[in-house]
Design a protein around this ligand. Structure first.
Ligand SMILES: [Zn+2]
Length: 384
């Protein structure tokens, strides 16, 4: 079969042996595979990333010297089952799958390891229990977005955003756009999106952002108007002392009322900020700009070291969370949200290429004006 192999930062279409499914595994004919920002990064910087995952106990991420087939965001059709499979899904059925595969005692990430070649190829191997039939005739290109949209769904769930809270999305690349779509699907009324690129701001609008901001011209943190957020230390102190004074006028002990209000969820109003850029300095700028008590969910992947001022985050009691991936349930739910039409991620798809067009697509994706998500159709005969 044909596949795009990355080795020493070179992308090349090569002929590889057809994959054979091990026990419990399934071979898919790949229908579409998304090019992810992490693939762009991995082409030049996978060694730094592999060092980090090795420190955290996973030492099998690819190295730049190894021939790696990228591709973890894919849809396909069932081609062949290995032994010991249940074979519930007939051959030819459109499916998606979580990009994880069991190799002996280890689970490997598909598309990021020589041990688990990805879907920049005509065929890919998946784990049967992680495979899901695509419902409702959802087209293959939209189904391929299940994976990146599941990343967004997990981030939104970890953000615990209330419908009346303001959500602020910093960075409107594919990750930020996915987060905007999922926030709107969850019913969050006010979503502010911020990006320097006019093209990306236009896509953010299409994805349902209520307010879009050019951060060169205005702050995303007050773009939604006065929402009762605490903007500075004097306001926080005034809230504490003022509340204590007011409760002191009641005929019962103020501490009883305070405790009851806490139980009912009373807390200072705050936005939830999603960091979807992943370059050094962004977390620091969010901590500097965001209101006190903001929750910050870091979705963008900054592989190198970064700096921020803990004392600023402390003075503002910033709640900083980091997220990765999704659970099998979140992946399944995302597929069904797409298939039921609760979320329409089609604005993200800005291009489609064949295997011979992958190298050029990597260059084009460097320009935020031109592209968000480019899909690969490995069976396409022309490069673009
Ligand atoms: Zn991805």
């Amino acid at each position: 079969m044909k596949a795009v192999v990355c080795q020493n930062a070179e992308l090349e279409v090569t002929e590889r042996p057809d994959p054979t499914p091990a026990r419990g595994q399934v071979v898919l004919n790949v229908s579409r595979c998304g090019i992810c920002g992490s693939d762009l990064h991995a082409r030049h910087g996978i060694d730094d990333w592999a060092d980090i995952t090795a420190q955290a106990g996973y030492g099998r991420l690819g190295r730049s010297s190894e021939p790696i087939v990228f591709g973890h965001e894919f849809s396909g059709e069932v081609a062949d089952y290995g032994s010991g499979c249940k074979c519930d899904v007939p051959t030819g059925t459109p499916v998606v799958a979580l990009p994880l595969i069991r190799n002996d005692d280890v689970v490997d990430g598909v598309g990021l390891s020589v041990h688990a070649p990805g879907a920049y190829a005509e065929q890919v191997v998946v784990q049967e229990p992680l495979m899901l039939a695509v419902p409702n005739g959802l087209p293959a290109d939209v189904a391929a977005l299940t994976e990146p949209m599941a990343v967004a769904w997990h981030a939104v769930r970890r953000g615990e955003v209330g419908k009346r809270q303001v959500a602020i999305v910093i960075g409107c690349g594919p990750v930020g756009l996915g987060v905007i779509l999922m926030l709107k699907a969850k019913g969050v009324r006010t979503v502010v999106a911020s990006d320097f690129s006019p093209g990306r701001r236009a896509l953010a609008k299409q994805c349902g952002a209520d307010v879009v901001v050019d951060p060169a011209e205005g702050s995303p943190y007050d773009a939604a108007g006065d929402r009762g957020h605490i903007e500075d230390i004097p306001s926080a102190l005034e809230l504490a002392v003022g509340t204590r004074e007011k409760l002191g006028r009641l005929p019962v002990g103020w501490w009883h009322v305070w405790r009851a209000a806490e139980k009912l969820g009373a807390a200072p109003k705050h936005p939830v900020v999603f960091e979807c850029v992943g370059v050094p300095g962004v977390i620091d700028s969010i901590i500097d700009g965001a209101p006190l008590f903001s929750r910050v969910v870091v979705v963008g992947v900054c592989v190198g070291p970064d700096r921020f001022k803990p004392a600023m985050a402390i003075n503002k009691e910033i709640d900083l969370r980091f997220v990765i991936g999704y659970t099998p349930l979140e992946f399944r739910d995302t597929l069904h949200m797409l298939a039921e039409g609760e979320v329409d991620p089609r604005p993200l798809i800005t291009g489609e290429v064949g295997l011979h067009g992958v190298e050029e697509a990597f260059s084009l994706l460097a320009d935020p004006e031109k592209h968000a998500k480019v899909l690969i159709d490995p069976w396409a005969t022309s490069p673009t």
